[in-house]
Design a protein around this ligand. Structure first.
Ligand SMILES: Nc1ncnc2c1ncn2[C@@H]1O[C@H](COP(=O)(O)OP(=O)(O)OP(=O)(O)O)[C@@H](O)[C@H]1O
Ligand SMILES: [Mg+2]
Length: 259
């Protein structure tokens, strides 16, 4: 696989073993810090609690996988961390910024530093793969059009789509579209990557390549990764596995060392 385009974030590494809600002495500040996070949907009698006092810390360079049955609240958690929903109760601190009570504008600013890969690809249908990925770096300061285009090509090569740069989304398979969406998220040079089942539409080999890429991104660019997955084939990529059930988190037993 091709080398990762550099993001200029430096090479500071996370502690990689931040477990639960406590930070080891001397550790760098967490990228994500959730404290007693609760969330409800619906009104009146239909009001239903979907997140129950969730505590979670994720450090730079750490890959955390979130698993759990359908409907247990995983995507809701991701959207709260990504500033896509207003925090109702509890504390959400992302990159040192508290999101509770934050304005839409402030959350938008924060989202510039967050790469998001959500279910459904949300690619612009009239743009080629290369142009879609290039959009990911639109907001990066100081990069010329040409530099952004070259980086878009590098990211697409890194996800194995070097031969599909000029194709429109409708000429790509589901898995290829997913990889374009991944490349687009990475092109924004995120400090935090939120991924909702990024390998769901991929065959086993491409799924493995994508998670290996995300792991390298975490390691080489100190990006924290929070990834929802049902895919047992990729669990070994995690520094930490957390399981959700009925809106509650629990830390899964330690994983065997993988590298
Ligand atoms: N916008 C919404 N309005 C009302 N209820 C919602 C909304 N979004 C999600 N829910 C409900 O909240 C619960 C949690 O949904 P969520 O999408 O977070 O689950 P999930 O763990 O991501 O599930 P899956 O694995 O199927 O994607 C579900 O019962 C869902 O039906
Ligand atoms: Mg979901």
């Amino acid at each position: 696989m091709a080398a990762l385009p550099s993001n200029g974030n430096g090479t500071e590494q996370g502690d990689g073993n931040g477990n639960g809600a406590s930070s080891p002495p001397g550790a760098v500040a967490p990228m994500v810090d959730l404290q007693e996070l609760c969330h409800w949907y619906g009104e009146g009698e239909m009001r239903r609690q979907v997140l129950q006092r969730v505590d979670l810390r994720i450090h730079p360079g750490e890959v955390v996988l979130l698993t759990g049955p359908s409907g247990c609240g995983k995507t809701t958690l991701l959207t709260l961390v990504g500033g896509l929903r207003q925090v109702q109760q509890g504390r959400v601190t992302v990159m040192g910024k508290a999101l509770e009570g934050s304005s839409r504008r402030r959350r938008q600013q924060l989202r510039r530093h967050i790469g998001m890969i959500f279910q459904g690809h949300n690619l612009l249908r009239c743009l080629t793969a290369e142009q879609n990925v290039q959009m990911g770096s639109d907001l990066l300061p100081g990069l010329s059009y040409r530099a952004r285009r070259d980086q878009a090509r590098e990211w697409l090569r890194a996800v194995g789509l070097g031969d599909h740069l000029g194709k429109l989304p409708h000429d790509l398979s589901g898995g290829q579209k997913q990889r374009v969406a991944i490349a687009r998220a990475l092109a924004a040079h995120p400090k935090l990557l939120l991924a909702d089942e990024p390998t769901a539409a991929l065959d086993s080999r491409s799924g493995r390549e994508v998670v290996d890429l995300l792991k390298r991104l975490a390691r080489e660019q100190s990006c924290a990764v929070l990834m929802v997955t049902h895919d047992p084939r990729i669990l070994d990529v995690a520094d930490r596995l957390v399981e959700m059930e009925d809106g509650r988190l629990r830390v899964a037993p330690p994983l065997l060392a993988t590298s």
